[in-house]
Each structure stands twice: as C-alpha cells, then as structure tokens.
Design a protein around this ligand. Structure first.
Ligand code: ADP
Length: 324
C-alpha cells in the first residue's frame, strides 16, 4: 500500500517536546507531498471526529512550547473493540490511511489493537516524562522534566541551607525511578527513595545525623511519588512521630509536566517525528521510534507496549556516595 494521508494524535499524559514531534511529522509529511490531519484530544477526539487539516503554518512557532497543540486525553471507550472499530471506520471515511500516535505504553497498546484488529497502519512516538517504556532508552519530555525538577531543588537547597533544614522533595514517577534518580544525582541529594522501595526510616535519620555531625547544614531527600502521590507526608509523619526528626515536604507535581522543552527533547523529538513519517512511507509498520545505544531508530510496536523501569539503582548509590 502507499500512504498518502496521515492522521496525527497525542494520547495519555502530555510531555514537553510533543509539539516538536508534531512539527516534525507535519513538516516532513508536507515536504514529501503527504497530507496530514491533526486529531484533537487523542483517541477520544478521534471517536468524536475532531479533525483539523495541518499546513506548514499550523506548526509554526510551537517548537519552544510545552504541552501539545493537539491536546491529549485518556479514553476509556477506546479500550473496547467496538469503539476501535468505530475509530477505524471514521479514519477510513476521512481517507486517512495511517496514524502517528505520540504517547506512552498505554497509547501504544491502543495502536497495537488498531493494527491487530483492523490492519490499520500505525507508528508510535514515545512521549512521557517518566522514561518508562520498554525497548527505548528515552521518551520525549524526560530531559525537560528533570531539568525543571533540578531547578526547583536548587531553590529549595538555598532555603534549606539558610535554615539548616531537611526537605523531602517529591518528584513524579508512579512506577518509574528515572526522574528521581537523575534529579538525585544532579542536585547532590542525600537520599533518593524509589517508587516501590520499602522506606528505611532509621537509615534516613542516620544519614541526616551523620551529615549534621560532619558540618552539613541541610539535607535533601528526593522521593519518587510511587503509586500514590503525597507519599512524602507519610514519611514525614513517621520521621517526626517515631524519630523526632523535623522535615519539610515539597511536592513538585505537575510543574514537571510543563515548560519549554530542552535542546535534548527538541532534537530527539524532531528526529523521531521525521523518522515516523519515513517509516510509514516505506511501509514499515507497526513500529515505534526509539533510542537504542544512543541512536534514534525503529523497532516493532509490540516491543514497546509494556512499562519498563530503567531502574539504574547504581545511581542511588552514586547519589549517596557523592553526598556523604
Ligand atoms: P500513556 O499512553 O501515557 O501510557 P494511558 O495508559 O492512560 O497513557 O493510555 C492512554 C489511552 O490509550 C487510554 O486512555 C486508552 O484510550 C488507550 N489505551 C490504553 N491501554 C489500552 C489497551 N490495552 N487497549 C486499547 N487502548 C488502550
């Protein structure tokens, strides 16, 4: 088959750099003489027929903007086969013959179902701040989220130092340690608590006290949010009630999801958007654009439909060793 009209959507959680990928898909396709229809609000918008024709200027002045101009959503309906059939009927009625999906592993499961149930050509671009998709070393938005968290922790360190305080700073990552570990190393954090780690409160107390004994004025403990955001408050209460240690909690939350993408995110998103269109034009689907061994390339969609915690636990040791 030959692809002459691509549909493009973002799905799941947004991440900074999605706009760079949108721009790259649209500009590459138009350069190649391929029509692009933007689909608003993910699979939910697809089911409602929320389409817009993309031209060169639709993606002008967006490379530096966080979020996604196409917006995104989660669609419970799309989990059901009858709604995926409806989605394919809508796409075919619009003469859209392939789909580029920017999102996480959940969105890729939806894409996989479109291919398996209806042989609808799909290519995925990994976009999530969590860097938690199998078979890729990188997902668009991770670098920006880490940078944002680092800037926040640096500010917290200033006040922590002035008042000789200990802060628990909670960063995003339900199942993924990636943000917490990188932020921990880059901010000189005294401890990094991973999402599913059983917290050793006594060790935290010992580390704080050892720091004080050797003249430290502040401690920063990076806490990955884990399954329930706000986990830091529970840790704070135990430290206070059982160990009589005062701490302050800062939850960075959605601040990490916004903001202008870093050069890394812009560059990788641009490469991935370009490659996604090239894949469709050379009949390579269902695929996902990934980073492996530091290079952007294509891999089979089926390899990217599970979560992976690239849990570099040696970074936890690194953070603690360097902040001793
Ligand atoms: P992310 O893509 O960021 O991981 P979600 O897991 O919320 O985000 O998935 C986004 C959307 O993808 C869901 O709201 C749903 O519409 C679709 N989706 C997720 N999992 C599946 C699945 N197993 N089958 C079909 N569609 C799915």
């Amino acid at each position: 088959m030959s692809v002459s009209h691509i549909g493009l959507l973002c799905s799941g959680g947004d991440s900074p750099g999605m706009n760079c990928a949108i721009r790259a898909v649209v500009r590459t396709a138009l350069f190649k003489g391929i029509q692009v229809t933007g689909i608003k609000r993910g699979y939910a918008g697809l089911l409602r027929g929320e389409f817009q024709t993309m031209n060169l200027s639709s993606v002008g002045n967006i490379i530096q903007r966080g979020g996604t101009i196409l917006q995104t959503s989660r669609s419970p309906e799309f989990m059901k086969p009858e709604f995926r059939k409806k989605a394919v009927d809508i796409l075919r009625a619009q003469k859209i013959d392939a789909l580029v999906i920017i999102g996480g592993d959940g969105s890729f499961n939806g894409a996989k179902a479109l291919w398996e149930e209806h042989q609808f050509p799909v290519v995925g671009i990994p976009g999530t701040i969590d860097n938690d998709i199998s078979s890729t070393e990188y997902t668009i938005g991770f670098d920006t989220a880490v940078q944002t968290a680092i800037e926040a922790v640096d500010r917290i360190r200033d006040t922590a130092h002035s008042h000789a305080r200990t802060f628990l700073v909670e960063v995003m990552g339900r199942n993924s340690s990636a943000i917490a570990l990188k932020v921990g190393v880059c901010t000189g954090a005294e401890n990094v608590l991973l999402p599913h780690e059983k917290v050793n409160h006594q060790k935290i107390v010992d580390d704080i006290q050892r720091g004080i004994a050797r003249g430290k004025d502040s401690s920063i403990i990076i806490v990955a949010e884990g399954p329930t955001a706000g986990r830091s408050y529970e840790i704070q209460h135990i430290l206070k009630d059982m160990h009589h240690v005062d701490t302050h909690v800062v939850i960075l939350g959605h601040i990490q999801r916004g903001g202008s993408p870093t050069s890394n995110d812009r560059f990788i998103a641009s490469q991935m958007g370009h490659m996604a269109v090239e894949a469709l034009l050379s009949n390579q689907f269902p695929k996902v654009t990934v980073v492996q061994n530091g290079k952007v390339l294509l891999t089979d969609l089926a390899k990217c439909t599970t979560k992976a915690d690239h849990n570099f636990s040696e970074y936890q040791t690194l953070a603690q060793t360097l902040s001793i």
